[in-house]
Design a protein around this ligand. Structure first.
Ligand code: HEC
Length: 166
């Protein structure tokens, strides 16, 4: 009985660790060879630009269930927008922001069973999240902010840009 309780305690401890952000996503070193499927002024920020990349599995688009297959990796390069002389966000002739310095690299990766560690409000199917500095070092951000913003998008496999992968 005691051994059983110990096992439960260890298991519970393990899932807390995972939920607390025990890193499972490695920096995708080769992401620049992924498909750059979309680049845009960030919709939720007024001074950033994002370039989105998908590995081969993700770039092939959703499967019949409407979601991306396991093994999908999506990468968002987040740039600061360039500023004009007045310190305002500069606009190109197209009325779009202009990419400045690379600020961070946001990653989503989907693997069988990865979502099981999370409560419903933080669960994004089997996706998990990570964020890295431009040189690939893991940044110590609260990944639950990522999870809670993407989690409500149940009809699009928790992705904002899935329609651009078809
Ligand atoms: C407040 C909401 C919000 C938060 C928090 C958030 N995201 Fe997103 N995410 C978005 C939106 C909106 C997009 C679409 C592109 C854009 O406009 O920036 C997006 C796009 C993405 C994409 C491309 C796939 C897709 O869903 O289109 C990745 C990868 C990503 N986010 C990772 C992250 C990571 C990692 C974090 C946490 C460090 C995070 N996101 C936090 C709203 C959010």
């Amino acid at each position: 009985m005691r051994r059983c309780l110990t096992a439960i305690a260890i298991l519970a401890g393990f899932s807390t660790l995972v939920a607390a952000g025990e890193p499972r996503i490695a920096f995708p070193e080769d992401y620049k060879s992924f498909k750059n499927y979309l680049s845009l002024d960030r919709t939720g920020n007024d001074n950033q630009v994002i370039r989105l990349f998908a590995n081969d599995i993700a770039a092939a688009g959703p499967s019949k269930d409407g979601g991306l297959p396991n093994g999908s990796i999506l990468v968002g390069e987040i740039y600061k927008a360039k500023l004009n002389d007045k310190g305002e966000v500069a606009e190109s002739v197209l009325g779009r922001r202009i990419r400045g310095k690379l600020a961070a690299i946001a990653v989503m990766e989907k693997r069988q069973g990865w979502g099981e560690a999370f409560s419903e409000d933080l669960r994004n199917g089997d996706w998990d999240f990570a964020v890295f500095s431009p040189d690939g070092k893991r940044l110590n951000k609260d990944l639950n902010t990522c999870r809670s913003c993407h989690a409500p998008l149940k009809d699009t496999d928790h992705l904002f840009s899935i329609d651009h992968l078809q």
